[in-house]
Design a protein around this ligand. Structure first.
Ligand SMILES: [Zn+2]
Length: 424
């Protein structure tokens, strides 16, 4: 593969980081976002910052209230009927509320609410509080609650069951296994348990291992080696998650090189909290898919960046778009104005996903319904997106072929929906 890989040093010089870059790094890089913290839970949460984390506190202001989820809504009914392909969901961001409560109780950990209904309300309030700190409190809870192999098996299986119930014909889930080490569960034990849970899933599923991009390169390299250790046994890909702005993927070129050389699937969070050019930089580093990538929309209106769209199309780069998550984190103002519509109409390959269904209080059905309700996208578009997602899955060819066949069977049989697509 003849790709131009940016020099990590150059990338570094363009970013705000000041940490040493010569030779192996032995400690945390200088983190422009945080002060030194000693509380283990606070440290855990900070280490697992989800997607956009720079300037988020201001960006999170004025977050809209959740979209209506009337079960009699025709959009929701139409959405529920669609076959789907789930490529982007964080397992530690997607637990069932009753499961989280039960796991916290089993581990003797305090829950912020006494019952499932009030715990769900707590997450809902946090999702719309306009506070990154509130948002991150949820991850501290879920990681602590999941930190036994049995809990991880359960969470992985339930995530797959929930996706299946919503029409997913194929699913990939992701997590950063090294997050559990402070809780006494090794990365290997975590991956083994998660794969055991997914092995019992009712449809083909795969696991993507995340490294945290604000951590030192040797740490993301460890995560990459962990992914390779389970390649062919259910681990299908590698990702860099966490704080995007200030932490370009090229900082982790050693980890990415290992993944590329082994032929493991590579998807990278990019173009969510940082600029459109990051999307193509991630692609040049070997990513076949991009988590979010929504800032690529800026290239549609900026002649100087127009080549980025052409390059994304030429590479058949696939964006894993997470509409409501983007609204909650400030990457998009609303579903109606979300870049997914413009990028799709511009011919960029993409699909829609949940990201963190617990933290955002959403479902995959709900995401599909929101797109049908608030954008010009129609069922035919969502089906075409699902098909593209299946084709870009990192699962084995047979699973991908079965998924596309299931979508095609639905399309062939769904004569009721004859509305013209918004594009194509
Ligand atoms: Zn994500």
């Amino acid at each position: 593969m003849n790709v131009a890989v940016p020099d990590p040093m150059t990338e570094h010089m363009n970013g705000p980081m000041n940490g040493p870059m010569n030779g192996p790094m032995t400690g945390p890089m200088t983190d422009p976002m945080t002060d030194p913290m000693t509380d283990p839970m606070t440290k855990l949460v900070t280490e697992h910052m989800p997607e956009p984390v720079t300037e988020p506190v201001t960006k999170l202001k004025n977050v809209p209230m959740p979209l209506p989820m009337n079960i009699h809504d025709t959009h929701l009914a139409a959405a529920r009927a669609l076959p789907k392909v789930l490529l982007h969901e964080h397992l530690d961001g997607g637990l069932r509320v009753p499961t989280l409560l039960a796991l916290l109780q089993q581990r003797g950990l305090a829950a912020p609410a006494p019952d499932a209904a009030s715990l769900a309300a707590w997450f809902d309030a946090n999702a719309h509080a306009g506070s990154l700190e509130k948002y991150l409190e949820g991850f501290a809870l879920t990681v602590a609650a999941m930190a036994t192999p049995e809990a991880m098996r359960r969470v992985a299986l339930e995530a797959a069951q929930d996706a299946f119930e919503e029409g997913a014909v194929l699913a990939e889930f992701r997590i950063a296994p090294l997050l559990f080490e402070p809780h006494g569960v090794s990365g290997e034990a975590a991956v083994e348990a998660l794969l055991q849970g997914l092995a019992d899933a009712p449809m083909p599923c795969g696991l993507i291992i995340c490294g945290m991009r604000h951590e030192p390169p040797e740490r993301t390299e460890r995560a990459a080696r962990l992914a390779l250790r389970f390649q062919g046994q259910g681990v299908v890909g590698y990702d860099l998650a966490g704080a995007e702005f200030g932490f370009p993927a090229a900082l982790h070129s050693r980890a990415l090189g290992l993944v590329r050389d082994a032929g493991l699937g590579l998807t990278l969070h990019a173009g969510e909290a940082d600029a459109a050019v990051r999307v193509l930089q991630a692609a040049r580093l070997g990513a076949k898919r991009i988590g979010h990538g929504v800032r690529l929309v800026d290239a549609l209106t900026d002649p100087e960046q127009a080549a980025l769209i052409d390059e994304a199309r030429a590479l058949n780069l696939h964006l894993e778009v997470c509409p409501t998550s983007n609204v909650h984190t400030g990457a998009a103002a609303s579903i109606a104005t979300h870049p997914i519509t413009a990028l799709w109409q511009a011919g960029v390959s993409l699909s829609y996903h949940t990201d963190n269904r617990l933290m955002s209080c959403i479902t995959l059905d709900g995401e599909a319904a929101a797109l049908l309700r608030h954008t010009p996208l129609r069922a035919a578009d969502l089906l075409a997106m699902a098909r593209q997602a299946a084709l870009h899955s990192f699962l084995p060819a047979a699973a991908k072929a079965a998924a596309t066949a299931a979508i095609d069977r639905y399309v062939t049989g769904a004569s009721a929906d004859t509305a013209p697509a918004a594009s194509r």
